[in-house]
Design a protein around this ligand. Sequence first.
Ligand SMILES: Cc1cc2nc3c(=O)[nH]c(=O)nc-3n(C[C@H](O)[C@H](O)[C@H](O)COP(=O)(O)O)c2cc1C
Length: 182
Amino acid sequence: MKVLAIYGSPRKDGNSAKMMEAALSEFPPEAEIHRIFLADKNFAPCCAERHCLELGYCDVEDDMQEIYKELFWAEVIIFATSSQFGDVTADLKALMERTWPIRGKLKNKIGGYVVSARRYAESTLNTLHAFMLRHKMILGNSGAVAYTVTENGGLENDGLAIKDSRKTGKRLVELYNLIYNK
Ligand SMILES: Cc1cc2nc3c(=O)[nH]c(=O)nc-3n(C[C@H](O)[C@H](O)[C@H](O)COP(=O)(O)O)c2cc1C
């Protein structure tokens, strides 16, 4: 089982990262888990010059090249993001834009997400859903959302945050086993 965990928050040990770890804790020991912290990566949003239309791939030489390889490798892709200005983080949105040239290549990969927010996360969820559906990924479930959680902490105040993160992991494993006949 090839699992790619993409951490979108600038805070590598923040709330959404903790939720991601809870989701990953449900995967069996044989699962191969690759982690990408976008905060460590250097890549730009889409330049919209449309070179990719002729080339069939994105030729912008930055860390997205390594991320493309990981996206192709994965069978299960999980996103963690904080809600920032009501949406996914800028890094995660940039990654999403840069997947435009690989439309069709993420088809049938299993997808899930965990989101931490202080209060407003509706558009964050819409963006994640739209991304996965546009790529014809298989959206595992409704994901996990933590509310009333700030940079000062508070995950423990939302009794469902970690519980739902685990449920998300569990559901992705269940779906994997169903699809791959395990
Ligand atoms: C620049 C910025 C913008 C934010 N905007 C929102 C927002 O629109 N809605 C919200 O619910 N929380 C917002 N927050 C709060 C974070 O989503 C919240 O603290 C989250 O739990 C942080 O997760 P992390 O520890 O994984 O980074 C914002 C935080 C930052 C730094």
